[in-house]
Design a protein around this ligand. Structure first.
Ligand code: HEM
Length: 417
């Protein structure tokens, strides 16, 4: 199939279900943006691929989060998987399972977010930078001493889970089991999830919730110096979080705190390995690490899409949008929009076209953006300081996921400086 001969719906199916699209969705993103930038898909969902359009919808509070999931969003979805998804959503509502801010609208969203946001301000993150640096140096030193290995696991997972695990208050011996548990649980938010993915996600989600139920009970009995205890103690003019809410927020912070940052580190290293001249430039001038991390976020974003639903009759670029109609903002496509980023397919660590769309926009703008950037900067800074060379030592294989995009592993060999 040549690109020119396919329809926008076929391009979407390629992005979510074909090996080529999962490996590199960029040509399909460009096709969508050129042929149908506001694409009314056959499924009823609207797909946006321009930077400005994505930003506009994400900042427009007529579009919010919805509990509906049983209808297809992307063409060629498996109807059985959609039925399982709807059953899972209905069960969560029937069980009155508390939702985290990620799935809430104002005023519930505002309240929950404001109760934890002070832990993630730029100032607070700068206070943490020294300990993030020491951790980054330690994990990189151990990696270099072994001559390399799977950078995604040994550094990409190990550093962020230590940072967020310590902040939230998850005991260190428990960190390793969460890599596969959170990965399985997060598969449920992929629009292309299969029946097996959804069932595994449900099981993993139950296990994670049970774990945090126990941890909340422990911290209630014996508070510690961590976010979980702070959330339990919060009393904002009589406004408190229920235990269920604390579990939902702690789980979100913990999961969002490493799953995405792991992929920033993996995708970022993948980008450097595929663009050796940029890697050389970075190794020659360490001060480029800040713009390099933003370019890694843009070029191969760890989050490729966001979904909103019209909460009231709305319009999009002059066209009506029905209540409940879904709008998918393709953040990965926005990041390659030539009207916002010069020569967008070029990986350029000195780029200064402004921040990428990778942390979204509006009221759900990533709470951990400062933290994630600091972690990326410290990891790549430590790699520059400690490694004379980094070379690919095996294939770079993509996970078959589009919302949370990453590699299965990043095998490299390294030599010490
Ligand atoms: C490179 C790493 C990261 C990326 C690309 C990323 C991306 C995103 C995006 C796109 C959203 C918006 C979701 C939506 O609009 O539906 C989001 C929300 C969120 N992120 Fe991140 N994230 C990253 C790291 C982190 C970290 C380290 C934390 C740690 C606390 C975190 C916590 C959150 C939370 C709590 C939300 C929900 C905010 C809300 O609903 O108001 N993220 N993130």
């Amino acid at each position: 199939m040549t690109l020119a001969s396919i329809t926008p719906d076929e391009a979407l199916a390629q992005i979510f279900f074909s090996d080529e699209g999962i490996d590199d969705p960029t040509p399909y993103y460009h096709q969508l943006r050129n042929d149908a930038p506001v694409h009314h898909s056959g499924t009823g969902a609207i797909f946006l691929s321009r930077f400005d359009d994505c930003r506009e919808v994400l900042r427009d509070n007529r579009f919010g989060k919805s509990n509906r999931g049983g209808e297809s969003m992307i063409p060629s979805s498996d109807p059985e998987a959609l039925a399982v998804r709807q059953r899972q959503m209905d069960a969560a509502i029937a069980n009155k399972q508390a939702a985290s801010m990620l799935f809430l609208n104002p005023p519930h969203h505002t309240r929950q977010r404001s109760l934890v946001s002070r832990a993630f301000t730029p100032r607070r993150v700068e206070q943490l930078r020294g300990s993030i640096r020491t951790l980054a140096e330690d994990v990189v030193d151990a990696f270099v001493a072994d001559g390399g290995g799977d950078l995604l696991d040994r550094i990409g997972f190990t550093l962020p889970v230590a940072v967020i695990g310590t902040m939230v208050g998850v005991p260190e011996p428990d960190w390793p089991m969460f890599r596969s548990l959170i990965s399985a649980s997060a598969a449920g938010i992929e629009p292309g999830a299969t029946v097996d993915d959804l069932l595994a996600s449900e099981e993993a989600g139950k296990e994670v919730r049970a774990y945090f139920d126990d941890l909340v009970a422990t911290r209630r009995a014996e508070p510690a110096d961590d976010l979980l205890s702070d959330m339990l103690a919060v009393d904002d003019d009589g406004d408190r979080l229920s235990d269920g809410e604390v579990v939902a927020v702690a789980t979100l912070l913990f999961a969002a705190g490493f799953e995405t940052t792991t992929n920033l580190i993996g995708n970022g290293m993948g980008a450097l390995l595929r663009n050796p001249e940029e890697m050389e430039k970075l190794w020659a001038d360490r001060s480029l690490v800040t713009s390099a991390v933003d370019e890694m976020l843009r070029w191969d974003s760890p989050v490729q899409l966001d979904v909103r639903s019209a909460m009231e009759p709305a319009d999009l670029l002059g066209e009506p949008v029905d209540v409940d109609q879904r709008v998918v903002t393709l953040l990965g496509a926005a990041n390659r929009d030539p009207s916002h980023f010069r020569d967008p397919d070029r990986f350029d660590i000195t780029r200064d076209d402004g921040p990428p769309m990778s942390f979204a926009s509006g009221i759900h703008y990533c709470l951990g953006a400062n933290l994630a950037r600091a972690e990326g900067q410290e990891v790549f800074g430590a790699l520059i300081d400690r490694c004379a060379s980094i070379e690919l030592d095996g294939p770079l294989v993509r996970r078959p996921r589009m919302t949370l995009r990453g590699f299965e592993a990043v095998p490299v060999s390294v030599t010490a400086r």
